[in-house]
Design a protein around this ligand. Structure first.
Ligand code: SF4
Length: 455
C-alpha cells in the first residue's frame, strides 16, 4: 500500500482542510491519484500523510484480481477505523456494490477516472472555506448577469449535425459537465442571492449522453448525469429553475411532470425550427420524427400552465408555399406562446447552403414577417387569458412608474415583461425591490407584455 505524502501550503490563519490519500493499483490508477491530488492542492486543500492528521481520506482502489480486491477492501476498512470519513474511488468502485455492502459507512463511491465526482464528494463532505485573501474569485464565480438571475451551463458542444448550423464544427461533440460540479455551482449562486437559474447548453435533453448518464455526487447523494435528475435536484434549491434548448424526446414527458409538481418553472424552450417533416429531415433536426403537436397537447394536459417558447427558421432552402403554410398552422395549433423566427441565412460552412431551391432574400424575409404576425396574434390571445389572474413575478428593475418584472412565462432578455404599477402606499412601494418575488393581479396585456397591480 502506498500513501502519498504531500506537504500542504500554509494559509495565513487556520490551516486548510486536509485530505489523506491511499493509492492502490496500477499506473493508470496512479495517474488518477495524481490528478485528484493536483486538483485538491489547486483548490487549496492540504494533504495529510497520516490518518490522524486528515479531515477525510480518499482511497483509490484496485479491482483487478481477487487479492487486489481484498487488499482494497482492507485498506477501506483501515481508513474507516482510523479516520471514519472515507471516499472510495477507482476500479473496485466500478464493480457493482461490493464496497457499499462490505463497508456501508463510506461517504461516496466512484469508478476510475472520476476526478469530477471525487471532487464533488470532497466538496460535499469537506467544503473549502472561502478565503477572501487567497481566492481571486467569489465562490459563485464572476457573473455578467444581474445578481438575481444566472445562467448555468451544463455542457459544451453538440452531437447533432443540423445542416444549417456550424456549432459542432466550432465547439466539437457534446461534453457534459460533472453533475456534482454543476450542482455546487448552482448552490453557490443561490447562496450569493440568485433567485432564478437558467439552464443552458446546445442540447439540454442530451445532458449525460456522452458519459453514459454516469452517476455523480451532490452532498454525498448519488445523482445520475441526466437532465431530469439535474432538474429535480435544482428544484430542491428553492429558486426558479428555467430550462432552455430542450428537444422533444419522450424523456421530456418526465420533465413536464416536474413542472406540474412545481419543482421547476412551467416553461420550456424547445427549438422546433420547423413543422414540415420534409424540411425537418433536410435540416437533420434531432427528434424530427416525433409527433410534436400530439406531444404538446399531452404536455398541456399534464401541466396546463406551461409556457412553450421556440425558435423557427422561415425560408429554408426548398421550402414551398405549402410547407410554409404547414409551419404557420403548427404555430397556431400548438399555441406556441413565445417564438423567435429567423429568415434563413446562409452561414458560411453550413451544409444547408448546398441544398437545392435557395429562396431569394425578399421571400425569406416576407415569410419571417408573416410568421411573426401569426405568432404575435397567438401570443396576444394567450396573454389576454391571464387578465384577472394573480401571478408571482420576480422584479428586474424599479422604475418611477413602479417596477419591471417577469413571470414564470418570461425568460430574461428574450420574452416579455410584467409591468407593476406604482402602489399608492409607501409600505407597498418598499416591497418593489430588485430580485424580490411579489404577487401581481393582472389588469392588462398586449402582444408581449402584461400589466398589473401588487396584491
Ligand atoms: S442547431 Fe443545435 S442541435 Fe443542431 S447541430 Fe447546432 S447546436 Fe446541435
Amino acid at each position: 500500500m502506498n500513501s502519498s505524502k504531500v506537504i500542504a501550503g500554509k494559509f495565513p490563519d487556520a490551516p486548510p482542510p486536509r485530505v489523506g490519500f491511499v493509492s492502490l493499483g496500477c499506473p493508470k490508477a496512479l495517474v488518477d491519484s495524481e490528478q485528484i491530488l493536483t486538483q485538491l492542492r489547486a483548490e487549496g486543500y492540504g494533504v495529510s500523510p497520516s490518518y490522524a492528521g486528515a479531515d477525510l481520506v480518499v482511497v483509490n482502489t484496485c479491482g483487478f484480481i481477487d487479492s487486489a480486491v481484498q487488499e482494497s477492501l482492507d485498506a477501506i476498512g483501515e481508513a474507516l477505523a482510523e479516520n471514519g470519513k472515507v471516499i472510495v474511488t477507482g476500479c473496485l468502485g466500478a464493480k457493482g456494490d461490493i464496497v457499499q455492502k462490505t463497508h456501508p459507512k463510506v461517504l461516496a463511491v466512484t469508478g476510475p477516472h472520476a476526478l469530477g465526482e471525487v471532487m464533488s464528494a470532497v466538496h460535499a463532505h469537506l467544503p473549502m472555506p472561502h478565503d477572501p485573501f487567497m481566492d481571486l474569485l467569489p465562490p459563485q464565480g464572476v457573473k455578467l448577469t444581474p445578481k438575481h438571475y444566472a445562467y448555468l451551463k451544463i455542457s459544451e458542444g453538440c452531437n447533432h449535425r443540423c445542416t444549417f448550423c456550424i456549432i459542432p464544427s466550432m465547439r466539437g461533440d457534446l461534453v457534459s459537465r460533472d453533475i456534482g460540479l454543476v450542482m455546487r455551482e448552482a448552490e453557490n449562486l443561490v447562496k450569493a442571492g440568485v433567485k432564478e437559474l437558467l439552464v443552458i447548453s446546445q442540447d439540454t435533453s442530451a445532458y449525460g449522453v456522452d458519459v453514459k448518464y454516469r452517476t455523480g455526487f451532490w452532498n454525498g447523494k448519488p445523482l445520475k448525469t441526466r437532465m431530469n435528475d439535474l432538474a429535480a435536484a435544482l428544484g430542491e434549491l428553492g429558486v426558479w429553475t428555467r430550462l432552455h434548448y430542450v428537444y422533444p424526446y419522450p424523456s421530456v414527458d418526465e420533465t413536464i411532470e416536474l413542472m406540474a409538481d412545481g419543482k421547476i418553472l412551467p416553461y420550456i424552450d424547445v427549438p422546433f425550427q420547423h413543422a414540415s417533416p420534409r424540411i425537418l429531415k433536410a435540416m437533420q433536426r434531432p427528434a424530427s420524427g416525433e409527433r410534436n403537436l400530439e406531444r404538446i397537447e399531452a404536455w398541456r394536459k399534464v401541466c396546463p400552465e406551461i409556457t412553450i417558447r421556440s425558435t423557427f427558421i422561415a425560408g429554408f432552402p426548398g421550402e414551398t408555399e405549402a410547407e410554409f403554410a404547414e409551419l404557420l398552422a403548427f404555430v397556431e395549433a400548438a399555441k406556441i406562446d413565445r417564438a423567435g423566427c429567423f429568415a434563413y441565412s446562409p452561414v458560411e460552412g453550413a451544409r444547408a447552403n448546398d441544398i437545392a431551391g435557395a429562396l431569394p432574400p425578399e421571400v425569406r424575409e416576407a415569410r419571417q414577417a408573416e410568421f411573426m404576425r401569426v405568432q404575435g396574434n397567438v401570443s396576444r390571445r394567450r396573454l389576454a387569458r391571464k387578465i384577472g389572474k394573480t401571478i408571482k413575478v420576480l422584479i428586474d428593475a424599479v422604475t418611477p412608474e413602479g417596477a419591471t418584472a417577469r413571470s414564470s412565462a418570461d425568460a430574461p432578455e428574450i420574452d416579455g415583461n410584467v409591468f407593476v404599477e406604482q402602489p399608492a402606499r409607501r409600505a407597498d412601494q418598499a416591497k418593489l425591490k430588485v430580485g424580490e418575488f411579489v404577487n401581481v393581479k393582472i389588469s392588462g396585456s398586449d402582444m408581449h407584455d402584461l400589466w398589473g397591480k401588487l396584491v
